[in-house]
Design a protein around this ligand. Structure first.
Ligand SMILES: Cc1cc2nc3c(=O)[nH]c(=O)nc-3n(C[C@H](O)[C@H](O)[C@H](O)COP(=O)(O)OP(=O)(O)OC[C@H]3O[C@@H](n4cnc5c(N)ncnc54)[C@H](O)[C@@H]3O)c2cc1C
Length: 334
């Protein structure tokens, strides 16, 4: 473990906002967690691609999870169980599984970030959520002062949420994730752009599917290393049937997705309908190809991005009576 030092984490967050932390620890081996004083507040950092730091100076400990490695725990003719350390890069891990002919993660190709963060918001894209492939999550329980394992059913996974964002927030540090992947490729092309992509194909491989996902993503989303962003800034709102009925009369073209006995709306559509696609205030904008993505030109700060997101929430609520919730984790006093 590095000695805690004052450190700039500007390069370690998707928005590239200026932020200095007083005590920054790199965790290269899980056992180093036993030496940390958890009486003081702390924040666990993966690759910062889903985190907005709104203060320029942070007093809490930052634990930067850097341990990497992949182990095959078990396998049979149909499945393989892989334990992957928190510090592995998510997109590189997905690519590795494809080379090994382990299937299930194709639709989650190119999502930035670390493996340790993937269960936190139950990352998802193109009809697949990572919870479908997670067998258990291992980590350090701060209240218990020891390493424990949390089985899939106890992770409380829902849309962009889990126990790690809820009850265990600030209490559990994920050190590795155990995945159960398939040895037979069974494509999920339920998402319309994927159906369109493969409409003339008679057959395709998992690599083809991953490539399709990568191409579609690259055509719609900015690369966060070039145009600073954290992907979708807001969650898609979930509404009741009554609320939907009120809205659909006025906005019949509005995209709607069934979600249990409720309905999921497109946050991007709502923002765009307020005339806020490609909208700029100071150093912050909504992306011109996808209003759900907030971008930063690198000259502002986290507070400015937060205020911009507040403005969007107010405008959408005024027009539609629907409150948007942030998907991005906000760190600092709001
Ligand atoms: C261009 C772009 C596209 C994106 N597309 C998608 C998408 O399609 N689908 C999707 O779901 N997300 C998407 N995201 C969001 C982001 O990629 C994911 O949320 C990713 O999992 C974040 O990983 P990270 O390591 O950067 O997390 P960080 O931002 O470092 O952390 C995110 C949260 O997880 C916690 N955390 C991180 N590591 C640990 C750990 N080891 N133990 C406990 N808590 C931890 C942090 O404290 C924080 O609360 C996108 C982001 C970008 C920039």
């Amino acid at each position: 473990m590095s000695w805690p030092t004052a450190h700039s984490i500007k390069a370690l967050n998707g928005f590239q906002v200026p932020c200095n932390v007083e005590r920054y620890y790199t965790i290269a081996k899980a056992n180093q967690l036993l030496d940390i004083d958890f009486e003081e507040s702390f924040f666990v950092l993966g690759q910062g691609t889903n985190t907005l730091f709104i203060e320029e100076n942070i007093k809490s400990n930052i634990l930067h999870m850097l341990e990497t490695g992949i182990n095959i725990l078990d396998e049979n003719d149909k499945e393989v169980y892989l334990e992957v350390k928190a510090g592995n890069s998510w997109p590189e891990f997905v690519e590795w599984t494809l080379y090994q002919n382990f299937y299930g993660l194709e639709n989650l190709s190119l999502i930035p970030g670390s493996v340790g963060a993937c269960p936190v918001q139950n990352i998802g894209a193109y009809g697949v959520e990572v919870m479908d492939l997670i067998h258990e999550v291992k980590g350090f329980s701060i209240p218990q002062g020891r390493f424990i394992s949390i089985a899939h059913d106890a992770c409380e996974f829902t849309y962009r949420n889990s126990i790690f964002k809820g009850k265990l927030k600030g209490k559990f540090i994920i050190t590795s994730v155990v995945f159960r992947l398939n040895k037979t490729f069974s494509p999920n092309i339920s998402y319309q752009p994927l159906r369109d992509y493969f409409k003339d194909s008679s057959g395709f491989t998992a690599q083809d599917l991953a490539q399709a996902v990568i191409e579609i993503r690259q055509s719609k989303l900015p690369n966060h290393k070039e145009i600073y962003n954290c992907g979708s800034f807001f969650q898609n709102p979930i509404v009741s049937k009554d609320k939907l009925n009120q809205m659909i009369d006025r906005y019949p073209e509005m995209p709607v997705y069934a979600f249990g006995d409720q309905y999921k709306l497109s946050a991007g559509y709502l923002i765009e309908s307020c005339g806020l696609k490609g909208f700029t205030l100071g150093n912050v904008s909504t992306y011109h190809k996808q209003a759900l993505v907030i971008t930063h030109n690198g000259l502002g700060n986290g507070r400015e991005i937060y205020e911009f997101s507040e403005y969007i929430i107010r405008e959408v609520e005024k027009k539609f009576g629907v409150k948007l919730h942030r998907e991005v984790n906000v760190v600092g006093n709001v």
